[in-house]
Design a protein around this ligand. Sequence first.
Ligand SMILES: [Zn+2]
Length: 165
Amino acid sequence: MTVLTETVDTTARAIEAGLFTWPAEQPRLIGSRCKACGLVTFPSTSGCSRCTADDTEQYLLATTGELWTWTVQGFRPKSPPYEGPVDFTPYLVGYVALPGEVKVETLIVGVGLDDVKIGMPMELVIVPFHSSVTDDALVTFAFQPVSAARPAVFTTAANPSNTGA
Ligand SMILES: [Zn+2]
């Protein structure tokens, strides 16, 4: 596993618009919440998959949660749509459960196979993304263990309030 040691360029572009607030001092994932039944989704949607209402609002997700499950992406995903480096390094992916909100499918950084554990506390980080398609500086989101030795990446505050509520 690769431990990220790169510094994030705050002028780098988000890999996809609307996924997380960027640039931001305390980046947050951008989800949506159904005004009728309260279901929170990520990425955001305009319609509710539970009650079929079409009235949702932007909802900024919590930045900490627990690792719900994980696996190793051991081969380079099919491209397109994958735009990661041609020189592929296996990486961890999983779901982080944000309490009372939603499970987020995410890249997992700052921890290796020997130490990753279901249930471990995780926090949102913004990390560089090396594209095989563009030379532009890009960033994406990931989660890392709260207790991890921090890689030199832009890290969110530990306990921000949820202003999207
Ligand atoms: Zn709903």
